[in-house]
Design a protein around this ligand. Sequence first.
Ligand SMILES: Cc1cc2nc3c(=O)[nH]c(=O)nc-3n(C[C@H](O)[C@H](O)[C@H](O)COP(=O)(O)O)c2cc1C
Length: 361
Amino acid sequence: MPDTLQSDLASDAVASDALARAEFDRLSVRGRAFLGTRYAILGGAMSWLSERHLVSSISNAGGFGVIACGSMPPAALAAEIAATQALTDRPFGVNLITMHPDLLDLIRVCREAKVGHVVLAGGLPRGEAVRAVKEAGMRLICFAPALVLAKRLIRGGADALIIEGSEAGGHIGPVSLGVLAQEILPYIDEVPVFVAGGIGRGEALLAFLEMGAAGAQVGTRFAAASESIAHPRFKQAFIGARARDALPSVQLDPRFPVIPVRGLANHGTERFMAHQADVIAQVMSGAITREQGQLSIEHFWAGALRRAVIDGDVENGSLMAGQSVGMVSAEQPVADIIGELVDQACDVLSRRGTGRTTRLV
Ligand SMILES: Cc1cc2nc3c(=O)[nH]c(=O)nc-3n(C[C@H](O)[C@H](O)[C@H](O)COP(=O)(O)O)c2cc1C
């Protein structure tokens, strides 16, 4: 091939890539503006995992890290926010669980630390919590499990929504992201809507942006990142797992409800089935009351995520993981994971011809 043609093709490829990246930026402009970030990618809050190191790494790599407050008391949250601010000057958010007994104090901590965005998770937020976030001038992000609730949350003051499909890791609803996105994205324009659940590659991120999403929240793919403080055995379990290994918890008897949580099957999930059977038998025999039985089932997993993430007990602990765990194939730096997602999306746009220069046609 003559040198001039080779160099023309090379510069066409560079131009095509630049235009694909500009198109990707255009598709995610609303999400980026809302978050104040280079990329419209939130690091989904993961209890025990989403602490200063992972959160600051995600923000430093151009995404939006989110601290998982979980059951932390207000003083611990204040310390975690301060430590994160010491590691990044980029925006990050805080995820608070609505049933936390000190929710209003936690919101005050976020306000005092000048956190820009608060995610209220774990159920529809009460009016006083919404008011406290709004009066503090922070942006409020809520989870919308259905269209009617999405509209109600927006009327109530939500500045952005996350729709999370049942493919996700952790506590899940019953509907897949593919269906939720069709139910909600075409009908909500008032606020940015971020998608979550099962996003493991950039092609999927691009598809949801093209459906009208403002960006995506990714959890599982970040859990085994190099900067994640998870125990090496926890990371190894993620790296070795397939999509089909990430299963929702099973409820044995409708009289004893179990909140569905998706995670990797292990000895703990087997013991949970046996525990439910045992409790049900005890209630039937009159040895314990139904309320005692329900509490015993609910307490089974108490502390179990910490045991797996921090102590590395991957046999008995809780290995919360989404189906995208099948796309976790190595321990990678956060910047590489985000870079991969962006490159995969831009490759599609580039191949499709978005940005093709006239010289190539
Ligand atoms: C180990 C783990 C812990 C999680 N903990 C929380 C949590 O404390 N609060 C929350 O709102 N979501 C939690 N999630 C959900 C994530 O924030 C995120 O929405 C979800 O992981 C996205 O789906 P994906 O895992 O398929 O990427 C957790 C997910 C995982 C995998």
